[in-house]
Design a protein around this ligand. Structure first.
Ligand code: PMP
Length: 355
């Protein structure tokens, strides 16, 4: 979370803009929360340049719930194409199998999830109801830098992207997307809020088993208030959207500014790792994530010393995911360039002390 956002939330924790209540105490149907929700939605639409024929839904259940909610809403009893690029898309595939017939159009499992299968090699099915793609594999550190043009690949199916871990880190080409979903807790706000951006023509096709609260049309028709929404998380995300709108890098503003900053942050770390004999990143260069950088000490017996030294230097949460091991640096939007400089400085110094 950006420090400014946390400070603002702290300053209006007990009394939001003189109304005498905390946001947590407001009725979600009251005027005050109505203003918060409306502003959050409008700001997000502006930030991500979401076209008018897409609806923005604030939901709950996180990315994992969407793994079930998407097939329940979009599969229409037809098959679903999956592009497996890492742990999260694999999880999505497994869950979708409970609700739809699934087909793996491409997988990088044989490469240990270290490179992206080229779109031209995807075996897409003409009759698929949608194609699932995770555009940033948080655990494996793989990012899809250019969204595929499915039409050019011979598929008329809408593209569904899981952008949980890089949402708002760069602009989105909505002409290539039918639906995007993501948990808020990386770049948008605290956990508890799930963002869904869906093209209007995809609404209204939910399977009969789909719970009403998870039917996108019901959620859209009720402006994300079919049931009580996660009001405080929406408020915090709204503050983050305002913060994002104010960010500049040269003549870029908002998400374009974040992209420039994220490119610079990631380049600093990858360049250092690539130039070192001590550390290593195994992901192909053309699909390396700007948000999540998994890296390894070539001598893994030094892992514990690396982590405890990092902690002492104030560099936290660097331990890699248990399924991959090693280290992982997450460079989400709120991480400033100085944070990455501090990490690289520590890595350089640690390497020296181990010589
Ligand atoms: N997809 C991706 C890409 C993720 O990074 C995560 C969480 N780290 C999830 C899905 C699961 O999200 P949640 O924990 O919000 O259900």
């Amino acid at each position: 979370m950006p420090a400014e956002v946390l400070q603002q939330a702290a300053s209006e924790m007990l009394d939001w803009q003189g109304c005498g209540m905390s946001v947590m105490e407001m009725s979600h149907r009251g005027q005050e929360f109505g203003r918060i929700l409306e502003a959050a939605e409008a700001d997000l639409r502006e930030l991500l340049a979401v076209p008018a024929n897409f609806r923005i839904l604030f939901m709950q259940g996180g990315g994992l719930a969407e793994n079930a909610i998407v097939p329940m809403n979009l599969s229409r009893g037809q098959a679903v194409d999956f592009v497996v690029t890492g742990s999260w898309s694999q999880k999505s595939l497994k869950e979708a199998r409970r609700y739809a017939q699934t087909q793996v159009a491409a997988s990088n499992e044989a490469d240990g999830h270290t490179r992206l299968p080229a779109p031209a090699t995807w075996r897409l099915n003409a009759g698929a109801s949608y194609v699932h793609l995770c555009t940033n594999e948080t655990i494996n550190g793989i990012e899809v830098h250019d969204l595929p043009d499915l039409k050019a690949l011979g598929s008329n199916a809408p593209l569904v992207i899981d952008f949980s871990s890089h949402v708002a880190s760069r602009p989105v080409d909505w002409s290539r997307v039918g639906l995007a979903f993501g948990g808020a807790q990386k770049n948008l706000g605290p956990a508890g809020l799930t963002l869904v951006v869906v093209r209007e023509d995809l609404l209204g096709h939910a399977l009969p088993i789909c719970p009403s609260a998870f039917d996108y049309k019901t959620v859209a028709d009720n402006r994300s208030m079919y049931n009580t929404p996660p009001t405080y998380a929406i408020y915090m995300a709204g503050l983050t959207f305002q913060w994002l709108k104010q960010q500049t890098e040269g003549d870029r503003i908002g998400v374009a500014a974040m992209e420039a900053r994220n490119v610079a942050k990631a380049a600093l770390l990858y360049d250092y790792i690539d130039g070192s004999q001590f550390y290593e990143n195994k992901v192909a260069r053309d699909c390396r994530s700007r948000m999540n950088v998994p890296f390894f000490l070539r001598d893994e017996s030094r892992n514990e010393a690396f982590l405890s030294g990092a902690k002492a230097a104030g560099l936290l949460q660097l331990k890699g995911h248990k399924s991959v091991g090693g280290m992982r640096a997450s460079l989400y939007n709120a991480m400033p360039l100085e944070g990455v400089q501090a990490l690289v400085g520590y890595m350089r110094q640690f390497e020296k002390t181990q010589a």
